[in-house]
Design a protein around this ligand. Sequence first.
Ligand code: PXG
Length: 292
Amino acid sequence: MGLLIYLDGELVPQEQAKISVFDHGLLYGDGLFEGIRAYNGRVFLLQEHLERLYDGARALQLQIPLDVDAMTEAVLETLRANQFQDAYIRLIVTRGVGDLGLDPRKCPKASVIIIAASIALYPEHYYTQGLELITCTTRRNDPTALDAGIKSLNYLNNILAKIETIRAGVPEGIMLSTEGYVAECTGDNIFLVHDGCMYTPPLHVGNLAGVTRRAVIELAENEGICTKEELFRVKEVYCADECFLTGTAAELIPVVTVDGRSIGDGTPGPITGRLRELFAELTQTVGMPIYP
Ligand code: PXG
């Protein structure tokens, strides 16, 4: 069935959802995006996603033509038009149409695109057996050049690392900072468990402030698990008791091997399992109703 796509205030059939070749999102990756999920008739952590989007827009000096309330309504409207209860939502804001130069002032109006699609879930065995990772040689963008906290349409840094994981035949890869600290994966944040404590790299290392990352830290804190945002190197990953990744698409997914080293006993660990249960509960119980 064809989807209805939100494009600059209108819901149009997907075949007609097209943008200009002069859009600076296409020409320069000048724009922002969010990947959001709806579970069971509710949009999960929508406010948090929109906060990150509008913060990114501020950093890029990009004027989003809708305020947060209107954007919220546009997301809900797109979900209703496609009659979704569960969905993956891709929200895109581009700089808009300009000329062939870089100058963003030549783009009078940003474009807003909202795609609501059915979710392509990861294979079940990823969750039951855990993932194998490699460490990528491509370093994460240095935050002094491009802040990884801006979820921009320029994802080449991540794609270069993703190509390495594909060549290695594994589903994800660790990206290090310029200084060699673990930053995150190509499309997921990373966590370790060591001696009962949960660790994730702090945001200043140059990683995305994942919405799932924040939710999992809060779940762990409420569960009485000690949580720390600390710099660590890949050796600490090799020697961890447990490792898992978080992201909107992946949710919370165990890691069992990194660069050929088994993590812990080489099977998904108990704290990862408990947090997976708590996260599943959260996705089913909170969120903005699509059909009030
Ligand atoms: N780090 C990066 C670099 C990401 O792109 C996350 C962490 C997780 O953030 P959230 O807010 O979702 O918990 C992301 C999000 C993909 C894909 O196909 C992944 C994202 C976006 C678009 C596509 O793997 N990642």
